[in-house]
Design a protein around this ligand. Structure first.
Ligand code: B3K
Ligand code: ZN
Length: 874
């Protein structure tokens, strides 16, 4: 497979102005008739051939303006079709046959549970028909779907239904018209035995929109939250961005087999059922919030993605980074804003930092790819969102909003680039954003070393910042970035933010300084007392910032910082310092001793009261093993696991009564609602229970058992079941797992949780359980959710067992990757990720991991897996 380079971009030689599609649906042989209205791009040469993409299609006929083409008028290849010397303006008719039933890659048209559905982004449309399958070709679509009336009563596509009728042989059809020009990746079709839930929304200009969520009958009771989230999103986008929905109908369909969370197809969003269905008894608070965020994300794409789309796939973050930023702000507005930020950053610093430090590291706008399906990454999505967030903070919300209005007006109906977006922001704000553009082109996490000194004599505080971005594959030299750092100076006497005076200018007490050079020193004047700097508040830039804090300083910030995010971060830093000592002690075989300063800091948190419960729950949560690993020069899996357990147990033993009180204060039997206050209460209660269960005394066990048996809501049940399953007591785990498994055997999404809970247990039998559960009737390698819940959860969330010294964890993962490489390359390429991080481990594990990568490389590989393996072994 050959790479595609961003610099090779050429505008399309032919434009498609309109597409007429007809699908005659049959599982093994669906007939697709396409009628394209084409026009040569005036800038192109007269003899430019027409290149159409097409994969796994059987061509039945081809004609131009009604005249079948002779064999020498076109060339058929593995990946497409070339029409030589077509006229300037013409109609191209093709008929192809495809086999949805054989499609296990879940790209193009496939069958899921007897239901036809599509996934076309990024390059799936070429598996449906011959087409210039690139986002800068935008056309109006008219689609007729023909299927069996009995088994496929519902036939959906983009836009509005304009005609329907009966056909001979028990078949029927519906024709859909989508008046908005769109790229082929936004095409969608669904046909199945589905039921709908319907609601309405009146837009700000008074238009009535019908909202529908289509599901299999047994899921009719699980759509309320998604519908409420959709309406909230529609209103939020009107209020916040002035963006209104544009069709009369907006549909969401839930499907069981889906590679991603969801897909923003115009007017017909297709969702992984795990990302849309909820019920208090089957979904946790985290799932309720995830559904809300994804519904919003896909809806927001209607403007940031669909009305204005990407010129080419290198610009993917143009729509994804912006849309993630939009959905993050939405979730922050409708839930607890500080907790949303803490959760996002905790995840980002663990997973995106790891990606950016590994062999697949790439810029927010990559320069080349072999398989674009491999670039739906944390860097494109989450780092892209951080870059947009920095832009917004740099220019200020008013200018950002003006820039966004300008962007949507200027480029409506067009396929554009990241420069176009940033130019709107520069124009609206009058700021020079040229240095800022490096954020899009440079890979790797910038590191900032900070150092500060208080000058008593002159009442000055000198802060020096030095930035460095490490080399990444293909990029050895890096330019200094423009890094906005929000900060405060917290007075050590008062615990208050001191006024910031920099070069005679007042920055208020919570200000932004701009780091543009490799090294800069900032002299704050009139600093009346010795301060502790609170840096990178709210995670104002996606960087790793180091400052030589004393533990007392961190405890002080944890107690006093006016920025909730940085209070949390100070706690994490403090815990990390203690963990570092314990990791070293474990390695050296020395007795572990708990740092009393951490205990006291936690005690103060537990006793002070008055804190937002949701934030308190976050502050009481220790850094994850994955995050700790990310911060170590060399990952020692056992030492990290042991050190973290030790901290947890020490805190639990010393602060047992406080945790018990916290638990009891937050028990409630109010009917479940996924509302911020209740969610906060549950998370605080469950954090307390986790600590109590760390020492496994009889009272803790009784609480966990009671919470499990009370069966009040899935958040509490799942948490209790996890604690019982992950305890050292199989006599607790076994009966609870059995009861849960029997109760929910009929519910596929709950069974996924049952899989995950078992394969993430720290006991040494976890790997055998994975193997055993892969033979369970509820498991299937063909269903991405199952693969993620079982194999993915084991490899990513059970570090101690996945990284077993005997390499059996690695072997299991590569066995699955090899099988999935044939079935579903996109999922296979994602699943292999943990093995690609071999550089981070000791020599013996490195050898084992590389051995497995080489075993995979010896197979006949899909481009997806090939690209990842080649990078990992480069
Ligand atoms: N745009 C889709 C991604 C689908 C890509 C699949 N290869 C989901 C989203 O970001 O909204
Ligand atoms: Zn998206």
């Amino acid at each position: 497979p050959k790479p595609t380079y961003r610099h090779d971009y050429r505008p399309p030689a032919y434009r498609v102005t309109h597409v007429g599609l007809t699908f005659e649906l049959y599982p093994a042989a669906t007939l697709v008739k396409a009628s394209l209205q084409l026009e040569r791009n005036p800038e192109c040469e007269l003899d430019e051939p027409l290149e159409l993409d097409g994969e796994q299609l059987i061509l039945k006929s081809i004609a131009i303006d009604g005249q079948p083409l002779a064999g020498d008028e076109y060339t058929l290849g593995e990946s497409g079709l070339t029409v030589h010397r077509p006229p300037q303006r013409f109609r191209l008719d093709t008929e192809v046959e495809i086999a949805p039933k054989e499609n296990t890659a879940l790209e193009g048209l496939y069958l899921s549970n007897g239901m036809y559905c599509t996934q076309c982004e990024a390059e799936g449309f070429r598996r449906i028909t011959y087409y210039p399958d690139r986002p800068d070709v935008m056309a109006t679509f008219s689609t007729t779907v023909i299927g069996d009336r009995g088994s496929l009563p519902v036939l959906l596509s983009n836009g509005n239904p304009v005609e329907r009728g009966e056909l001979p042989g028990g078949r029927h059809f519906v024709t859909w018209d989508d008046p908005f020009p769109k790229p082929s990746y936004l095409f969608a079709l669904v046909a199945g035995d589905l039921q709908k839930v319907e609601d309405r929304f009146t837009t700000m200009s008074g238009r009535e929109v019908t909202l529908q969520i289509w599901v299999e009958e047994e899921n009719l009771g699980k759509t309320d939250h998604a519908m409420a989230s959709l309406k909230r999103s529609m209103q939020w986008d009107e209020e916040t961005y002035g963006r209104e929905y544009d069709l009369d109908l907006f549909m969401i369909v839930a499907v069981n087999d889906f590679n991603m969370g969801a897909m923003e197809n115009k007017g017909l969003n297709i969702f992984n059922s795990a990302a849309v269905l909820t019920h208090p008894h089957t979904a946790t608070d985290a799932t309720f919030q995830r559904v809300e965020g994804i519904v919003a994300h896909e809806y927001f794409h209607n403007w940031s993605g669909n009305r204005v789309t990407c010129r080419d796939w290198f610009q993917l973050s143009l729509k994804e980074g912006f849309t993630v930023f939009r959905d993050q702000c939405f979730s922050a507005d409708v839930n607890s804003a500080p907790v949303k930020r803490i959760e996002d950053v905790a995840f980002f610093r663990t997973a995106q930092f790891a990606e950016d430090a590994g062999p697949t590291s790439h810029p927010v706008r990559p320069d080349h790819y072999i398989e674009i399906g491999n670039f739906y990454t944390l860097t494109i999505y989450e780092k892209g969102a951080e870059v947009v967030r920095m832009l917004c903070n740099l220019v200020g919300w008013e200018a950002f909003r003006r820039g966004s209005d300008l962007y949507f007006e200027r480029f409506d109906g067009q396929a554009v680039t990241i420069e176009d977006f940033v130019a709107c922001m520069a124009e609206a704000s009058g700021q020079d954003l040229s240095q800022f553009m490096h954020w899009y082109s440079q890979a790797g996490t910038p590191e900032i070393d900070a150092y500060g000194e208080y000058d008593y004599a002159h009442a000055e505080y000198h802060l020096t910042l030095r930035q460095r971005t490490p080399a990444t594959p293909g990029q050895s030299e890096k330019q200094p970035l423009h890094i906005p750092i929000r900060m405060g100076l917290v007075g050590t006497k008062t615990g208050r933010d001191l006024p910031l005076m920099l070069n005679g200018e007042s920055l208020g007490s919570d200000g932004v300084i701009h780091l543009r050079e490799e090294e800069q020193t900032y002299v704050f004047t009139d600093v009346s007392e010795a301060p502790i700097p609170s840096l990178l508040r709210g995670f104002s830039a996606p960087v790793q910032l180091r400052f030589p804090y004393a533990r007392e300083d961190l405890a002080f910030l944890l107690a006093n910082d006016s920025d909730g995010f940085n209070r949390w971060d100070a706690g994490q830093r403090l815990a990390m310092l203690a963990l570092d000592d314990l990791i070293a002690a474990h390695r050296n075989g020395v007795e572990k001793v708990m740092d009393p300063r951490v205990v006291e800091a936690f005690r103060a948190l537990l006793e002070r009261g008055g804190d937002d419960k949701a934030v308190l729950a976050e502050m009481l949560t220790l850094p994850s093993e994955a995050y700790i690993a990310e911060q170590q020069p060399l990952v020692d899996v056992e030492a990290i696991h042991a050190a973290r357990d030790f901290v947890k147990q020490s805190l639990a033993a010393t602060l047992r009564d406080d945790f018990l009180r916290l638990y009891e204060e937050n028990v409630s039997d109010a009917p479940y609602a996924p509302e911020p206050e209740q969610i906060a209460q549950r998370s605080l209660k469950n954090v307390a229970l986790s600590y109590l269960m760390a020492i496994e005394d009889e009272q803790a066990i009784e609480l966990a058992r009671r919470q499990f048996e009370a069966d009040h809501n899935m958040t509490d049940v799942r948490h209790a079941l996890t604690l019982l399953t992950h305890s050292s007591r199989d006599d607790l785990a076994t009966p609870a797992l059995r009861a849960f498994g029997e109760k929910w055997a009929h519910d596929s999404l709950v069974m996924d949780q049952w899989f995950t809970i078992q394969v993430t247990r720290p006991q040494p039998d976890a790997l055998d359980r994975v193997k055993h559960l892969m033979a369970h009737p509820a498991f299937s390698l063909k269903n991405p959710n199952k693969v993620r819940a079982l194999v993915g959860a084991f490899a990513n969330q059970n570090r101690i067992n996945f990284h077993r010294a005997d390499g059996e964890g690695y072997r299991l993962l590569s066995d699955v990757v090899i099988e999935l490489n044939r079935l579903n390359p996109e999922i296979a390429a994602r699943l292999v990720t943990p093995l690609t991080r071999w550089q981070r481990f000791d020599e013996s594990r490195q050898a084992l991991m590389k051995g497995e990568l080489e075993r995979i490389r010896a197979e006949k590989l899909s481009p997806n897996v090939y690209e990842v393996i080649e990078k990992a072994l480069a």
